[in-house]
Design a protein around this ligand. Structure first.
Ligand code: NAD
Length: 481
């Protein structure tokens, strides 16, 4: 059992009222730790600490080169402790170990190294103004205090991709991990201290939605970088209007996958299945709506169902596991209710559609589920399920496929499967999504921007876009006359 506290002004402290909450192993439904449940008083204290940390000589006096070295050290420490932190992520989140140790930890370290390099390359401009006797230049200056609010599906990786650019640009932060999965973020904050982040620059508040709400409402917070549900994103956008807080919102998705008549069906089946069930479908970029050319739809559906049936389900600690547990009982119930709605609205259940039984019945396991004959207006084709539920639909021509793929509130990710070079380059610009993959899994790289159109959110993260997202442009005019 672990018992974790808040980090405020470089001190590990309990919640002001001593309250704690529990976190469970989703594979066994057993409590694995307790964490401090921050109060409004803790939020106020963390914001004050972050302001002091932001303004401190230790942070303001750190050169870009020193900030870069700091981030590099964090990357090295993540790699040093990778096995332990990956095991923690698997225990708390359920993430299969091939994901936690093969993707989450390497990606998180890579993100810190990527932004370590940026710390010395955040450049301004000199504008060629027409006012005689004046020099004007523009610099990118940090925003100040940033609240980084993260979801439960990729706790460490998403915290890393917010924290690294926030520090590279010289901000102070308050991390607020999801209440279901706080443990790897606590370890990340421990590493930040060990690496030498000055007092108050990184603060940690654990707790539920009330902590997030209090951060969003706080006038001392300059920016909210949020990844989570569209519904909470809407709430944050409204609340942020009160003081024009800067926001980056990475929200939900409902990714379409267009499988053309000429596609390599076996490759498309495997790629789509992996794209659909990685992290047990608990991914904003998960492939969910499969538009398959009518000449290939029966072949695709039967191969997809057979492949889905053969995927090993089990605890994340088992190295053979591909499909781990869902994160919580509440989420399991939600996924099961979407499947029930799909059936009652007339979709054909080809495989899955039930919890895993036997030894797995005590955890939150759900079998990969394939529906065929799905109509675009069905709930399972419109709402984000965030679980291993795949909907197959037939189409006849590309204009129709593009229109139906675009017919969604979301716009995060889309994928196209084709051998036709022309289609591979002419279809993506017609798809209204932040990222379009061609014959590919949904991949994340620190250098490639991530974010969505429409109700998938505001702004982009990763790449140089995060540098913009964590800075303001400031102009200076100097009278040289
Ligand atoms: P969630 O919105 O319920 O919670 C996310 C975080 O916000 C948690 O830390 C939570 O405590 C906090 N929170 C809840 N209510 C809040 C409020 N009113 N104000 C401020 N903070 C609040 O999301 P979740 O269930 O943890 O995560 C799943 C969602 O995240 C899915 O919709 C998924 O698509 C989305 N997601 C998006 C991306 C992306 O990059 N676009 C990546 C991962 C997950």
């Amino acid at each position: 059992m672990r018992s974790t506290q808040l980090l405020i002004a470089d001190e590990w402290v309990p919640a002001a009222d001593g309250a704690t909450s529990e976190t469970v192993d989703p594979a066994t439904n057993t409590v694995i730790g307790t964490f401090a449940e921050a109060t409004v008083a803790d939020v106020n204290a963390a914001v004050s600490a972050a302001r002091a940390g932001f303004e401190s000589d230790a942070w303001q006096g750190m050169t870009p080169d020193q900030r870069g070295q700091l981030l590099w050290r964090i990357a090295e420490m993540l790699e040093r402790d990778a096995a332990e932190i990956a095991a923690l992520e698997t225990l708390d989140q359920g993430q299969p170990s091939f994901m936690s140790s093969g993707v989450t930890l390497p990606l998180s370290a890579q993100v810190f190294r990527y932004y370590a390099g940026f710390a010395t390359k955040i450049q301004g401009k000199v504008a060629p103004i027409s006012i005689p006797g004046n020099l004007t230049y523009q610099r990118r200056v940090p925003l100040g205090v940033c609240a980084l609010i993260t979801p439960w599906n990729f706790p460490l990786a998403i915290a890393a991709w917010k924290l690294a650019p926030a520090l590279a640009t010289g901000n102070a932060v308050i991390l607020k991990p999801a209440e279901q999965t706080p443990l790897s973020t606590v370890r990340l904050v421990e590493i930040c201290r060990e690496a030498g982040v000055p007092s108050g620059v990184v603060n940690l508040l654990t707790g539920g939605p009330e902590v997030g709400k209090a951060l969003v409402a706080h006038r001392g917070v300059d920016k909210v970088s949020f990844t989570g549900s569209t519904e909470v994103g809407q709430h944050i956008a409204r609340a942020a209007a009160d003081d024009f807080k800067r926001t980056t919102l990475e929200l939900g998705g409902k990714a379409p996958s267009i499988v053309c008549a000429d596609a390599d069906i076996d490759a498309a089946v495997m790629g789509n299945l992996q794209g659909a069930v990685f992290n047990t479908g608990q991914a904003c970029g998960a492939y969910t709506r499969f538009f398959v050319h009518s000449s290939r739809v029966d072949e695709f559906t039967s191969k997809l169902a057979a492949a889905a049936d053969s995927l090993p389900i089990g605890p994340g600690q088992d190295p053979n596991t591909i499909v781990g547990p869902l994160v919580s009982q509440e989420h399991l119930d939600r996924v099961a209710s979407f499947v029930q709605t799909g059936r009652s609205q007339g979709a054909e259940l080809v495989t899955g559609g039930a919890r895993a039984d036997g030894d797995l019945a005590k955890g939150f396991f759900y079998r990969p589920t394939v529906f065929a004959g799905v109509r675009d207006d069905m709930t399972i084709a419109r709402e984000e399920i965030f679980g291993p539920v795949l909907s197959v639909m037939a189409y006849d021509d590309m204009d129709e496929a593009v229109a139906r793929a675009n017919d969604t509130d979301y716009g995060l990710v889309a994928v196209l499967w084709t051998k036709d070079l022309v289609a591979a380059h002419t279809v993506p610009p017609r798809l209204r999504f932040g990222t379009v993959f061609v014959n590919q899994l949904p991949l994340i790289d620190p250098a490639a921007p991530w974010g969505g159109f429409g109700m998938s959110g505001w702004g982009r993260e990763l790449g140089e876009y995060s540098i913009d997202g964590f800075t303001e442009t400031q102009s200076t005019f100097v009278n040289l006359a």
